[in-house]
Design a protein around this ligand. Sequence first.
Ligand code: PLP
Length: 358
Amino acid sequence: AWNFSAGPAALPEAVLKRAQAEMLDWNGTGASVMELSHRGKPFMQLAAAAEQRLRQLLAIPSNYKVLFLQGGATQHFAQIPMNLAPEGGSADYIVTGVFSKKAVSEAAFHVDARVAATSEATDFLTLPPRAGWQLNPEASYVHYTPNETIRGLEFHEIPDVGEVPLVADMSSNILGAPLDVSRFGLIYAGAQKNIGPSGLVLMIVRDDLLARPPRSIARILRYAEQAANDSMLNTPNTWGWYVAGLTFEWIEGQGGLAAMGERNARKSAMVYDAIDGSDGFYRNDVERAARSRMNVSFVLHDSALDSVFLAESEAAGFIGLKGHKAVGGMRASLYNAVSQPAVEALVQFMRDFAARHG
Ligand code: PLP
């Protein structure tokens, strides 16, 4: 099967095979990694090694902490303002799709969450030009979503927001290409696309943000406490952490993030070329310069063909091509684990389908 799911999504076959091989006897312990204490030496070593690999992949500067948390990205929509903004403080949000809209609405319970720019007027098919952003220099942070998973709308440059810390929800594009971590105050990502299983959230956060005066919130919600306790304030998602470590190792073996970035650019260009070269049979309406390398959405010229496309694609072994219910149509998610042959097979299927039904 060729898996184009949006998340949970395909993981590298080598990672799955290794996890399978180690399932009953991990690291010579005679037990599965998910049956072992997170406080025991074998798991502590695994945890530290996974973090170290990630630090190398992303060249994470030493004044940033890496956290392995839980709650999905959605919980952190709420937790970020609790940690980064004082009681009664304000934060700026750039709204470019369903997830950044959710982020601002969850944040609004905990901070004066201002929409500093939005592309809702174009139905999130464009990015709001940076020149029009109404940023507040007193804001505690600026939040944006570098890749909106549903439409497939991506910032290809990191926006300059001056001295205010930039916070990014990278759930659907982290590790898809090289990244200058030093441009950010905080990066977070649900694991279930480019990292591993759902239930794990990866966070990279600058030390000075952890040192902001704590609000009166539960310890378990405080990032500084998690950082001080190596993300083990309580039992972490040990299985997720383990798979994440395998994925980091796999990326390293593939040539690191530069190789991932080149491969993802090539894969997405193949699908966009198939759409643009279809004489209107398929269409992608996202602003060209903001087309996502991770999620390629498209509609068929006649929506009556949607169910036929899905049925035929499923019969041909393609998984997960149905678009999100908020926008309909189709979507091919091309995360790191989706191979070039899978994309070639998809493009061939799309061309054949158009020839048969055009
Ligand atoms: N942010 C983005 C960009 C997403 O793609 C998703 C979807 O998984 C979420 C947030 C929500 O993540 P979770 O389901 O982990 O809360």
